[in-house]
Design a protein around this ligand. Structure first.
Ligand code: ZN
Length: 259
């Protein structure tokens, strides 16, 4: 979302030229300034840098089925495919190039605090209601950054489920909160990489199944012990800070064969 206070102002300079009439010069429009992040060049396969990384964070929810989009700052085929899916989902021209139309859509979708339009830090912070991002195994800064990545995936999932609200019932949990709610000792909730969600418009099975195409690698839903009233979503494959090599893990036995 644009910074509301940064209005594009046409500044008129009155130049007094020696021996001439007063001329008025209108400055060129200011470059786009977004409250969170502004891209300054087009991005496509072969490009790399922090601007690619920032893009990857925001399109990571548009992975292939069962896939993830690596946040590595390198614009490869995986990133291009995610950009194409993003463009298609929002009715943009589908070319796999992140240029003005893609960036403008991202500016619309991102709040000034870098969270996507339909999710907030408040929803994802300490699941026991204390608030904040400390008390887990990672620094508060890293935990919060992971939560942003989680939210962008949720935004993509929400879009694919018809742009209807998805409610987060538990996000980041500090160590004592996780113990209090009986979470697994190495729960992805400790890292900011997990969210438990419910929907009023989509069945939990539909949420769980759709999540497979939105970059989540840990998905637990109906029939998995303790998950009949919400769907657990996490990014365990991308978490290399818990000392484990985490593979994709899906379970929702009540959702039919193969789930
Ligand atoms: Zn969970």
């Amino acid at each position: 979302m644009r910074v509301n206070t940064l209005k594009r102002v046409a500044v008129a300079f009155a130049l007094a030229l020696p021996g001439a009439a007063i001329a008025t010069v209108v400055a060129a429009p200011a470059a786009h300034a977004d409250g969170c992040y502004t891209w300054n060049r087009n991005l496509y396969q072969g490009r790399s840098g922090d601007d690619v990384r920032q893009l990857q964070i925001r399109v990571a929810g548009w992975s292939a089925y069962g896939g993830i989009v690596r946040i590595d700052g390198i614009y490869g085929p995986e990133t291009a495919a995610a950009v194409r899916r993003f463009q298609s989902a929002y009715g943009l021209r589908v070319d796999g190039v992140a240029g003005p139309q893609t960036f403008n859509k991202l500016y619309q979708l991102q709040d000034n605090d870098c969270t996507p339009a339909h999710f907030s830090y408040g929803e994802l912070d300490d699941g026991c209601g204390r608030g904040g991002w400390s008390g887990g195994p990672l620094s508060a800064t890293q935990t919060k950054a992971n939560a942003v990545r989680t939210m962008w995936k949720l935004e993509a999932l929400r879009r694919s489920l018809g742009d209807k609200p998805l409610y987060v019932t538990s996000g980041f949990r500090d160590t004592s909160c996780n113990r209090q709610v009986g979470g697994a000792a190495n729960s992805q909730h400790l890292y900011g990489y997990a969210a438990d969600v419910v929907s009023r418009t989509s069945s939990l099975c539909r949420v769980a199944q759709s999540a497979r195409s939105h970059g989540f690698s840990g998905i637990y839903g109906p029939g998995y012990p303790g998950h009949d009233n919400h769907v657990h979503l996490d990014s365990r494959r991308e978490n290399n800070s818990d000392g484990l090599t985490n593979r994709t893990s899906w379970s929702a036995p009540d959702c039919g064969v193969g789930n």
